[in-house]
Design a protein around this ligand. Structure first.
Ligand SMILES: Cc1ncc(COP(=O)(O)O)c(C=O)c1O
Length: 361
């Protein structure tokens, strides 16, 4: 009960209406409400499981790294619950962007260590800190990257998302979803949703990466779209790197999407063609963020807004009654100030494009 057990799939009625054709046909959009998890994101599925393992192993100290801060907050809360010491490494840039999560981690008793840079730099420091204190410390990744067996463990703990989706879909309409959509940062909410359905060839799996200012701008985090295979933080996957194999800087308005690598398993699903991958820009994500606020009264994380943004392109291509489940991986009330800042910078009036649900042609 502590972790929250009410993460239903919910029909998004007004969003579904928004995407209807003139003749009233169109897909049905459901949201997988991971934003209702304790601490506001899917990250808790992994954090509480790994904190329990650390405790069971008799280790006293948990070391981790966070980007957007959601994983850091979930870890700090899980460690508080289980009486473990917690150190979270966080990039100085991310600390500025996610100051409320930084404060929350401290309130929950974590020691937060600032690292110059962003999530990738914080991850390197966390691994270094752990390797220097192996007898006492437990390192865990907040997502499906890092040295084996971390990606497999995180996938296992996040696969609850897909298992719940299968069960809840069966209860709601007596079948499976037709299409699954999730944002891809490093890949844990996407793989968590997809994993259960990999063997169901009739279920489409769509991951949406961060196109930032556009794929040709050089300022994006679309690893699967533009990366090459390489090795980083102990795992082989697609990577955003230059000709000499050096990691390149990434950008996304969704801080949790900025990692230059991605899950090895998602890389494999791309290579085999089992999953499809697309991208959404910062502007498209902001529009989707506002749309969900205005149409459903739900404030999504900016990361999840990338998955929601892809509905614009996807929905017109789908048959009437297609059941689409979108992973609403987290809540986005903490980024309201960021969103307003971007709207001002871009001279966009808040919500002008979504105030009235329009009927699509
Ligand atoms: C709410 C939310 N969704 C998605 C992500 C992206 O991570 P992943 O790709 O591992 O799900 C993050 C990362 O911090 C997040 O906080």
């Amino acid at each position: 009960m502590w972790e929250g057990k009410h993460r239903c799939i919910l029909i998004a009625e007004r969003l579904t209406n928004h995407y209807k054709n003139m003749d009233g046909t169109g897909p049905l959009i459901y949201l997988k409400r991971e934003d209702l998890s304790h601490c506001g994101a899917h990250k808790m599925n992994n954090a509480i499981a790994q904190a329990m393992i650390a405790k069971r192993m008799g280790l006293k100290h948990v070391v981790t790294a966070t980007g957007a801060g959601q994983h850091g907050v979930a870890t700090a809360a899980a460690c508080a619950k289980l009486g473990l010491e917690c150190t979270v490494f966080m990039g100085s840039i991310d600390m500025q962007k996610q100051s409320s999560n930084l404060l929350l981690m401290k309130l929950l008793g974590a020691q937060v260590k600032s690292v110059q840079g962003n999530f990738k730099d914080a991850s390197s420091e966390a691994i270094r800190g752990w390797v220097g204190n192996l007898e006492r410390s437990y390192y865990f990744s907040g997502t499906v990257v890092g040295p084996h067996p971390r990606p497999s463990m995180v996938c296992e703990f996040q696969s609850v998302i897909g298992k719940e989706t299968r069960r809840q879909a069966m209860e709601k309409w007596g079948g499976k979803p037709d299409v699954l959509v999730a944002c891809v940062g490093s890949g844990s909410n996407a793989l968590g949703l997809f994993h259960e359905f990999i063997g169901d060839q009739d279920v489409r799996m769509i991951g949406v990466e961060a196109a930032g200012f556009g794929l040709d701008s050089g300022k994006h985090a679309a690893t699967l779209a533009r990366g090459e295979v390489g090795v980083y933080h102990g795992a082989m996957s697609y990577l955003l790197q230059d000709e000499e194999g050096q990691i390149v800087d990434t950008h996304s308005i969704g801080v949790g999407l900025e990692y230059p690598g991605v899950s090895p398993e998602l890389s494999f699903l791309k290579d085999t063609g089992r999953a499809e991958f697309y991208s959404a820009t910062d502007k498209e994500a902001i529009a989707a963020y506002q749309r969900l606020c205005r149409l459903e009264g739900i404030v999504p994380a900016l990361e999840a807004s990338h998955a929601l943004a892809f509905l614009d392109k996807l929905c017109p291509t789908l048959k009437d009654g297609t059941k689409v489940v979108v992973s609403c991986s987290g809540r986005g009330d903490k980024v309201a100030v960021t969103v307003h800042g971007y709207l001002q910078d871009w001279s966009i009036e808040p919500c002008t494009d979504v105030s009235i649900p329009v009927t699509r042609t």
